[in-house]
Design a protein around this ligand. Structure first.
Ligand code: PRP
Ligand code: MN
Ligand code: MG
Length: 183
């Protein structure tokens, strides 16, 4: 599949599985199953879909799945920080514990906008779990409570991450061969 397009595998399917199990334990310790309402996971479409579903299945506590779709104005590879909601939550999150689930925090602009937006809805708590984080995001000071991997500033695809909507279906995280960008 995609033969010749993959330059190198950065994070294997096994690495992702192991890390997801690790993150699930950390999350579950902070949101124990009890008298309170179930934890709400807010997945950011489309990139977070694979991680969100794997994380939910790895969590040893109940969670409920919600999705948002946002679009940031800007070029294909950088975001501007101006975000538009394409699909909002279906439900009220007032008084609920909410965990935003992302595939990657790159510039951090999408996430910082989303945090501000969801905070206005008065959840009981609001935190973020991202599988990947890039160096820029550390500078922007977005509070990501749970991070899977800090990766170098390279363009990566797979496991939800796309280049022109392709490669999301790969089970691992990889870099692309230069000829893909030239096409
Ligand atoms: C990607 C990624 C994050 C966001 C990170 O989504 O999935 O949501 O960019 O970028 P930032 O930290 O620089 O804001 P994208 O907008 O490409 O949409 P997609 O998830 O549908 O691919
Ligand atoms: Mn995304
Ligand atoms: Mg994308």
């Amino acid at each position: 599949m995609y033969s010749g397009d993959i330059a190198s595998v950065l994070i294997t399917e096994q690495d992702i599985q192991d890390k997801t199990a690790e993150l699930a334990k950390l999350v579950a310790a902070d949101y124990p199953e009890g008298s309170e309402d179930d934890l709400i996971l807010v997945g950011v479409l489309k990139g977070a879909v694979m991680f969100m579903t794997d994380l939910a299945r790895a969590l040893p506590v109940p969670s409920q799945l919600e999705f948002m779709a946002v679009s940031s104005y800007g070029s294909a590879t950088t975001s501007s920080g101006v975000v538009r909601i394409l699909k909002d939550l279906d439900r009220d999150i007032t008084g609920r514990h909410v965990l935003i689930v992302e595939d990657i925090v790159d510039s951090g602009l999408t996430l910082s906008w989303l945090m501000r937006n969801l905070a206005t809805r008065n959840p009981a708590s609001l935190a973020v779990c991202s599988l990947l984080r890039k160096p820029e995001a550390v500078k922007v000071d977005v509070p990501v409570s749970y991070v899977g991997f800090d990766i170098p500033n390279e363009f990566v695809v797979g496991y939800g991450l796309d280049y022109g909507e392709r490669y999301r279906d790969l089970p691992y995280i990889a870099t692309l061969a230069p000829h893909v960008y030239e096409a």
